[in-house]
Write a new protein. Structure first.
Lengths: 210, 210, 210, 210
DNA sequence: GATGAATGAGTATTCATTCAT
DNA sequence: TATGAATGAATACTCATTCAT
């Protein structure tokens, strides 16, 4: 291993160290209440060091999304590669995959919506922004493919697959956001997973041709 | 009308004046970028005056939710009162009602989720918090009733109606949030309404007994 | 005195309070080492208050120039109004006036050169900038008039009066800056005034027709 | 050449390399906006290395002055050595020499005045400070000699030659600073050189005995 | 000597909130 | 009640300087 490569690896380790700390702090305080100072001390680094690895607070936050989106896409493509499965089973795998991603990093949903602020977008480097756009597009595209396949096989109704993918994603994130918020407002028990399952059961039935 | 009552009425008028201004400002700038100064000048009042009517910025923001939730509940109860309608038609009315509420104040979705921040909740007075909880519960309950009725009439599958109401709300807010965010990230055309219609068409099909 | 007028007067009093404090702090520490905190505590106000009266640090600094330039122009115009004086005597008055201005506020020279930074100019409000430009132009113009008059009366050599005014100002500020800097580097005694007198004696002789 | 001497030479080469880079960076950004990082990368060295050759940023900046003062003194002494020239011609050479120095490094004027800040002086090593003082004194002394000579030859008025040298220097730097600053404030054309010539023409006439 | 990653003190500016009038 | 001037805590970001390698 060359010295160059070792340095690069060390640098990546530091980035991850910061990302992990940032994830913890942003999760517990939200974007606005979390300070760079908080994150630095969580990462056991000085504030200045954060800026050696991330241009600014927005970009650090967006980097969390990038990481989880990469993981999401891998999972989705893995599902899509199962060519022999029936559409219904594929859908089940799809839902499982997404739930795993959510469990791996529950911030994903909120992150995705934080990106919508145009103020945020202005502060991101074009490179990072395009990476995120690209991953989003690919993920949605992969989901769309599954619905398309189901329609081709005559199992699902024929509707614009991209729209179906949007709705799929919207239902998923809607349930998660809503259950998270209800947890606090109504002090209900956490029945997120059952609700998700029910939601997608209904969605699947609704998609079936007859 | 006693002098006491007149004063009370005057006080309520002022509150509404502030709420209207706050809605405009929060809509255009979002919670964090909007300043109390902005709101005060929009309301043609001084900053100090806002604090005579609202404990703090968080509570002013939460009051917007209260107002729109009241309107939502009125619309939902109105739908529910139509006892003679078939479940499918009632569902259509339901969706229309919710879309009207959304159009009346598009902030509603974001407001509802802003409340989830525990940091926010800490700053709310218990009274306001319980009012919001109460309205949320009632609104969801009204929606649940519609699904319950549909099941009783043998049209809809029998599932926990509260869960169905949650999913209904989650799908609605999920689609709105997702389409809003996509608008910026992908520069897609605004097909929010069609997507909502498709989403609820699928949802309705999925609910049907077979 | 109306309430409006009293408020305006109060506001002006505060501005002056801040300007006086700023002058003291900038004089002793220079622009970069002086902090807004320093100035605020010198003025016995809070940092936030400074920003109610001045847009930013640069503009506060530039306001010092404005004030002294106004005084300079008044003095110069007063000299110029003495129509009956011989050019030589007018020149003497001119030098005295400028020396008085310098004694009134020794920062004037350094201020004038601080303004040259294009970074500084970017942060000034166009209004303040144009006021400063205007006063500078008028002051130089007034000086030029004196040389023009001297040439018309056949006492001084005929040269472009604006250039002469520039040189006059350059000599004045050059001597002041240089003597100030020498004071520190060589620990010489302060012979600024004599040097100024000698400088302008030579300058006057050099201007004389023969 | 001993190994010691070779090392010393190498060390001097590095110092010059840094000084050249620093000059470029300070010239384009000014003292405060220029960072040690900027200078290091201009010199193709690491920031840490700069501190092996210069105690701190102030001292690096002051070293630029030292270098140009050395060059100035050489030029001035060269002029002074021309024993056979008439005082007027010597003066012309003097002005030319100074203008050359200015063209060689236009920062010279600003550098000289940056040194005046007592905050700056505190950070300089006594050794460097005394070198600078010494060169300043010698340069001024050389100029003074020229005026003294002119007086002895009966061409110039008899005035304290040191004061004349100060005025000479003040006029030179005053014109340069003033014209530089005017360039930005008034958007005038650059007539620095003509103004300098006119200034020294007047100065020379003013010095002549009658 | 040379490096350059890490440091952490330093600071302009903002804005929710208060309180004397 | 209403005001709005004053407050001052809070914070992202910079950069001269250090020091382990």
């Amino acid at each position: 291993m060359g010295i160059q490569e070792r340095k690069e690896r060390e640098r990546e380790r530091r980035r991850q160290q910061i990302i992990v700390a940032a994830k913890r702090v942003f999760s517990s305080k939200g974007f606005n209440k979390a300070t760079m100072e908080d994150i630095a001390s969580e990462a056991e680094l000085s504030p200045g060091t954060l800026y050696l690895y991330f241009k600014n607070k927005e970009e650090l936050y967006a980097s969390l999304s990038l990481r989880i989106l990469q993981y999401l896409l891998i999972r989705l493509e893995h599902v899509n590669r199962e060519k022999d499965l029936k559409p219904e089973d594929k859908m089940k795998l799809l839902i499982e995959a997404m739930y795993d991603v959510y469990e791996f990093d529950p911030l994903i949903i909120i992150n995705m919506f934080h990106l919508q602020s145009s103020e945020t977008l202005k502060n991101l480097s074009p490179q990072l922004l395009s990476q995120i756009k690209d991953l989003s597009r690919k993920s949605l595209g992969t989901i769309a493919t599954i619905f398309e396949e189901g329609a081709e096989k005559g199992v699902y109704i024929k509707k614009h697959p991209v729209a179906l993918a949007d709705i799929f994603w919207a239902l998923f994130s809607g349930v998660i956001l809503w259950e998270s918020s209800k947890k606090i407002i109504n002090d209900d028990k956490d029945y997120l997973k059952q609700t998700l399952e029910l939601a997608f059961e209904i969605f699947s039935r609704g998609l079936r041709k007859d």
